[in-house]
Design a protein around this ligand. Structure first.
Ligand code: GAR
Length: 205
């Protein structure tokens, strides 16, 4: 067991139910992690309110406030670095981080995606799975790399597609499994570490 809880910075863009699951898990000291900051790419979102309700420091980095995507990426990395995280968790963060961010946090940034990678990468995992007609989809936690949802896979959960699903009902079912996957996996990373060997990820140091 590490002496101190692992320091997490969580990045969000929306409702923040995955963030809330992590906030709730971190309330138990045996979980082994604490959220030291929550960042977002936009104002006025429920995810930031959830952090403020839990007295967690927040910050916002809007792409439109910077002269280029590269400047935004570097500024985001600076803001995250100020909180000295052991692990960065993208939990419904709807932006791709870039080279400056990965230079500093590559290998210790994970992202959760609402599909079973490598199927249906991108912004519309539940919609694309439904349109394709798969009977099983799910959620994937992966180590962020330079691609779109291409990183080495930490964990996955399978979720059935029901005949009467629409995108919202399917996404809600995925999110129940996704939150459980995220809480279990982030806790294990905090307590045990992970090793990334090519595309194979194992818990433990
Ligand atoms: C989650 O399902 C997450 O996987 C997805 O957004 C949702 C955020 O929910 N992210 C992506 O699609 C990123 N490609 P939340 O704000 O309630 O945690």
């Amino acid at each position: 067991m590490p002496d101190a809880p692992a320091r997490l910075v969580v990045l969000v863009s929306g409702s923040g139910t995955n963030l809330q699951a992590l906030i709730d898990a971190c309330a138990d000291p045996s979980y082994g992690a604490q959220i030291v900051a929550v960042g977002a790419d936009r104002d006025g979102i429920r995810g930031l309110e959830r952090a403020e309700s839990a007295s967690i420091p927040t910050f916002v980095a809007r792409v439109g406030d910077f002269s280029s995507r590269e400047h935004w990426d570097a500024a985001l990395a600076d803001k995250v670095a100020a909180f000295e995280p052991d692990l960065v968790v993208l939990a419904g963060f709807m932006k791709l981080v870039g080279p400056a961010f990965l230079e500093r946090f590559g290998g210790r940034t994970v992202n959760t995606h609402p599909a079973l990678s490598p199927s249906f990468p991108g912004m519309h995992g539940p919609r694309d799975a439904l349109e394709y007609g798969v009977k099983i989809t799910g959620a994937t936690l992966f180590v962020v790399d330079a691609g779109v949802d291409t990183g080495a896979i930490v964990a996955q959960r399978a979720v059935p597609v029901e005949d009467d699903d629409d995108v919202a009902s399917l996404h809600e079912r995925i999110k129940v499994a996704e939150r459980a996957m995220l809480v279990e996996s982030v806790g294990r990373i905090a307590r045990e570490g992970i090793r990334v060997d090519g595309r194979r990820v194992r818990f433990g140091s």
